[in-house]
Design a protein around this ligand. Structure first.
Ligand code: SF4
Length: 329
């Protein structure tokens, strides 16, 4: 890649090569580009690696809701905040498989199972492994997000057929401590290492609009883009401000800054699927369209994202129709 210093000349940058030595200065320079130039580069990079009409569709099911001992300031499932989310036990395998069949019928190619745990207990993992094997047998890609994992737990999940594990870095290393105090950034990186070593694809991104500065968004993407291998899937979430959580009263992030974040993630991790994740319910069609133009090529489909609302499937189908987008096989 050409040296970008503080200025990028569109079309001549050499962006599009997968590299793991991104510096903060480089990522900062991307964020600072004039919007038309940034979008041009993001689209160019996107087309080098993907068909821009194709969007990967995932469905996310909460298999164990609420009662989580962690204190993630954005999360309605933490026991630390009074958000009205009722705690529920781990779902039965048969019920999860019924939901997976419905997701497949709705066009999903990946089925994600989320549990509100700090870390799974080994006996819970038996049940989750049965879910993973069952979902896999339906011909869907499998994904789970269960909190921190040990290396043997990651290997067990892989043996059960887990394709992806989601564990987000959430924000920059500096801002992380403002959001979560019950585990460290290092803990997160260790779990990601165990997942990678077990041969499971990594799904890892973050949340913006949590009151962080642009420099934190720079730090988050620079950290993701300089991991030893890029996450195959990079969810970029817009904070859903849930009443009762400490972040409920934050001003929403400017939509253009959100689109910029997607575009920078696309350029910095050219071959990864970038997911336009939480926060779509409150996003205009125009903002979502800009996100797709900026290189987002995955969404969660279905009316609920764990405990927060997501656009109704009909609304998404209409939007896909208007934009000429099709589900990725
Ligand atoms: S984000 Fe996950 S770990 Fe954090 S409180 Fe919510 S469920 Fe628990």
């Amino acid at each position: 890649m050409a040296s970008i210093g503080v200025e990028v000349v569109p079309g001549t940058s050499g962006f599009g090569t997968v590299r793991y030595d991104w510096t903060r200065e480089e990522v900062r320079a991307l964020f600072a580009m004039p919007f038309p130039d940034l979008m041009f580069e993001a689209q160019r990079v996107h087309r080098l690696h993907f068909d821009p009409r194709e969007v990967q569709i995932s469905t996310l099911l909460s298999i164990k809701t609420g009662g989580c001992p962690e204190d993630c300031a954005y999360c309605p499932q933490s026991v630390h905040y009074d958000t009205g989310v009722a705690a529920a036990k781990l779902m039965d395998v048969a019920d999860v498989l019924a939901q997976a069949r419905a997701a497949r019928a709705g066009g999903a190619s990946r089925f994600c199972m989320g549990a509100a745990w700090r870390a799974p207990k080994d006996r819970d993992l038996d049940q989750v492994c049965a879910m993973v094997a069952g979902v896999k047998a339906l011909g869907l890609e499998t994904c789970a997000t269960l909190g921190m994992l040990t290396a043997p737990q990651a290997r067990r999940l892989r043996e059960a057929g887990l394709d992806y594990y989601n564990h987000n870095l959430d924000s920059s290393p500096e801002y992380y401590g403002q959001i979560i105090t019950t585990r460290t950034y290092r803990d997160r990186l260790d779990t990601l290492g165990h997942v990678r070593d077990a041969g499971i694809h990594v799904c890892c991104g973050g949340i913006v609009g949590m009151g962080e500065e642009r420099e934190d968004r720079v730090g988050m993407i620079a950290t993701l883009a300089s991991l030893p291998v890029h996450p195959e899937s990079v969810p970029i979430n817009m904070l859903v401000r849930v009443a009762g959580t400490p972040l409920a009263a934050h001003e929403p992030l400017d939509a253009i800054e959100f689109v910029r974040t997607i575009a920078v993630a696309r350029i910095a991790m050219p071959a990864s699927v970038v997911r336009l994740s939480a926060g779509r319910e409150d996003m205009s069609e125009e903002t979502q369209a800009l996100c797709f133009l900026a290189g987002a090529n995955s969404i969660f489909y279905g009316p609920k994202l764990l405990t927060t609302p997501n656009p109704e499937p009909d609304r998404d189908k209409k939007l896909f129709g208007k934009l000429g987008l099709v589900p990725m096989e």
